[in-house]
Design a protein around this ligand. Structure first.
Ligand code: COA
Length: 175
């Protein structure tokens, strides 16, 4: 995640990652009363507190989903990535995304979210680039997603193309 490291400063994830399953230091977070910033990390550990994930999804106004189905979706996802704000021993889930895949050619990205307190700082872009890097490292070359209308430009900025060669996403819903 070169661009974020460059933007926020250097990494010292090694000291924290032994105790916590964090992979990469992203940057400085929110400054507290004493002027000390929290730290923001990526993780691809899928052992996430699902109630904390539900809170994150609530914060952006998504409809609630049964926890047991969310657990199943995470277990069966190919890659799960999350973003954490760490202050001392406390960690807070501030971003999440996952991808399903046939493990060879195709992957589809789902549930991309950054907590509103942390939006507009490049973290969503960083999280998506981290996920894309992970998929590319597995030689997955066809990455698709379904964008809500208000975030189409966010994905265009990341290199996603709408309806390439006129291909249309199609949905079937039960009546
Ligand atoms: C969409 C979302 C993940 C973006 O995360 P974010 O951290 O705010 O985005 P970033 O700060 O990384 O933005 C990266 C770039 O995309 C742009 N961008 C971000 N959100 C955008 C939006 N809704 N529409 C258009 N452009 C957007 C930013 O301006 C920025 O552009 P720049 O690189 O030219 O400066 C976040 O707003 C979110 O969680 N929204 C609610 C949940 C949601 O709608 N998820 C998508 C479901 S398909």
């Amino acid at each position: 995640m070169g661009f974020l490291k460059g933007f926020f400063g250097s990494s010292d994830a090694a000291s924290t990652s032994k105790a916590m399953p964090f992979e990469e230091y992203v940057g400085a977070g929110v400054v507290d009363r004493n002027g000390v910033p929290s730290r923001i990390y990526f993780s691809s550990d899928r052992d996430i507190d699902l109630y904390e994930l539900e809170e994150l999804c609530d914060a952006v106004g998504w409809s609630r989903r049964p926890i047991r189905k969310v657990r199943k979706a995470i277990v069966h996802s190919y890659i799960v990535v999350s973003m954490w704000e760490v202050r001392g021993a406390k960690k807070r889930l501030i971003g999440f995304a996952r991808a399903t895949s046939d493990c060879a050619f195709n992957a589809t990205v789902w549930d991309v979210v950054i907590h509103p307190d942390f939006q507009g700082r490049g973290l969503g872009k960083g999280l998506m680039q981290y996920l894309i890097e992970k998929l590319r490292s597995q030689d997955i070359s066809n990455i698709t997603l379904f964008a809500d209308p208000h975030v189409v430009e966010f994905y265009h900025n990341l290199g996603f193309i709408s309806d390439p060669e006129g291909i249309k996403g199609m949905f079937w819903y039960p009546n």
